[in-house]
Design a protein around this ligand. Structure first.
Ligand code: AR6
Length: 173
């Protein structure tokens, strides 16, 4: 699997699936979630509402992922995952790693070859960027998947630099 980094907006990415840093309501929010629903149009929210009414009456649990179509986005699917809120007192890294693993599992089910991820939990949910990047890159690189390209789409130069550092740590023996 190829891991690539770009600075930019995830809603413009031409990949099979884009991952949404959602919340368990699946009914939208700010950050990436807001941008995806705004640019993707109402079809995504309609499917999310269906998922809430059928499979996830109590919401999508933290660390899980589920797909919808991508509405008017260039991608074919949106994979919604719920990152953990950062806690200084409790190690929730395993839940953040689970977001990446579960999203790749869903991508495999869909047959998606290219998947774009944002820095899950590193915005409103407060996860320090360097640590979020290390968990993201570290998890994706050891997950067995048929996905051939994972593209991390970072919103700022600082986030891009953090993912760059995480990738170079990976190369070190
Ligand atoms: N493309 C790529 N990255 C983006 C974009 C974009 N269009 N917009 C923001 N980012 P966040 P979270 C970056 O807050 O921390 C929502 O309200 C952003 O700079 O989107 O998992 C949900 O509904 C940051 O680095 O997600 C939840 O309630 C990263 O994406 C909650 O926020 C993630 O920031 C989830 O919080």
């Amino acid at each position: 699997m190829r891991i690539t980094l770009v600075t930019g907006d995830i809603t413009t990415q031409n990949v099979d699936a884009v991952v949404n840093a959602a919340n368990s309501s699946l009914l939208g929010g700010g950050g990436v979630d807001g941008a995806i629903h705004r640019r993707g149009g109402p079809a995504i929210l309609a499917e999310c509402r269906e998922l809430r009414a059928s499979r996830y009456i109590h919401g999508l649990p933290t660390g899980m992922a589920v797909a919808t179509t991508a509405g008017e986005l260039p991608a074919r699917w949106v994979i919604h995952t719920v990152g953990p809120v950062f806690s200084a007192g409790e190690d929730r890294s395993e839940l953040l790693a689970s977001c990446y693993r579960e999203s790749l599992r869903v991508a495999d089910e869909l047959g998606a070859a290219g998947v774009a991820f944002p820095a899950v939990s590193a915005g409103v949910y407060g996860w320090p960027m360097d640590d979020a990047a290390r968990i993201a890159v570290g998890t994706v690189s050891v997950t067995a998947t048929r996905v051939s390209e994972v593209r991390f789409v970072l919103f700022t130069a600082d986030a891009h630099a953090a993912f760059d550092r995480a990738l170079s740590l990976l190369d070190r023996p």
